[in-house]
Design a protein around this ligand. Sequence first.
Ligand SMILES: [Fe+2]
Length: 487
Amino acid sequence: MIVREVSRVPDRFPKPDDHPYRTGAWQPQFVEYDADECDVVEGELPADLDGVYLRNTENPVLPAIGRYHPFDGDGMLHAIRFANGRASYRNRFIRTAGLAAELEAGAPLWAGIVESPAKSLRDGWGARGRMKDASSTDVVVHAGRALTTFYQCGDVYQTDPVTLAPHGAAPWGQTKMGVSAHPKLDPATGELLYFGYGTEAPYMTFGVLDAAGHPIHQQPVPLPGPRLPHDMAFTEHYAILNDMPLFWDPDMLAKGVHRPRWHPEMPTRFAIVPRRGGEVRWFEASATYVLHWINAYEEGDEIVLDGYHQADPLPRPDPADGQYAGIKRMLDIYAMVAKPHRWRFNLRTGQTREERLYEDISEFPSIHYAKPGRKHRYVWSMTAPRGWFLFDGLVRYDLETGAEQRFKYPEGVYASEAPMAPRPGGTAEDDGWIVTFVSDVARDRSECHVFDAARISDGPIARVALPARMSSGTHACWAPGTALRPD
Ligand SMILES: [Fe+2]
């Protein structure tokens, strides 16, 4: 492996640091590297694996104002480019306006998600306001650019997906509400669908960009009040947005306090919006909160939506976790009881039907690159250890047969969200690979692992060494070589 250190940010945290999401698998990465000819330490890279795997991670550069939540951390992209049986890797901080302002000030300027916005020293971004847009939550490649976004809305930062050269904030995203994490690429049309939300009427917007990255549609999707949606889905003709009964308590919000409250007596509502605009149709379902949708598609008179139904969306901290009890419970996928679930919206009758797909707990789903908006058979998801926002393995669901495959890492070894990279020219929905970054905390190293998507329980078919251990993070994506354009 040929490694070049590009830059190094001084570590500014007092030691020892005992924050559970700033140590261990979440220890921030402060060095940017270029690495070529990465060593394949086991197995062999498929010669036709062609594309880039990108992961966004949270790496706080400056100490927090008050309490720290990992979603406050500054975004860093990690990219591994595969071609001709070889791999090269880079990692770069996302050059956000907020990080630049804090580096210039030499001090933190914004309080994070679990602190009062009154503690922030400046106005900022986010549906809540007065937060730093760390652009650290999500990443998708559209119109030749990696687009990073922030979970609670902000700008859309553009980065070259291979060189990781920064290209600033996208003008189309610089609206009052901003853009939420999880803009969705439709590989069939090349369009990007996105949404934003905030505390002022109409509370939610929906928009579409064409394959070249030009805005072609935007419309309000009015809600009864401020809500906390996280993800959206779409079919060939419709976008699916949501109004879930977990939102800031309106009375507290009027006093400037942002306290999420669960309303189990209220329905979950789904907005079916024609992709090119038109009347919004609402469907009701049982109360839940959904962090991530798996996919949606049209089938006869119905829209089928798969996602992760939560049984217990509000944190109930375990006192044994001491001062970090709240944060640990808030980020525990196990405690959310997130299970694969299906909703069917009948466009003729207006009725909703629901069914449980699996009783397993998993989250952070992936499907075949070409399947978003179209009927899918396979889902690859991440499994989580109890008590931590980490991924300890993978599960593959075959929705046609009900079969499951699993792969679990040893304790202290954690993977990242693992998208499916189709084999170029392949026709089967599971003909391709699953790609993930893996960190081994005890050995203090990270690798990239490639699995045969049809046989994940066999373990990785190739392990690629990386220059340094990366922090854990949130979302990742795959972009095939055909979606990459020279910078
Ligand atoms: Fe997400």
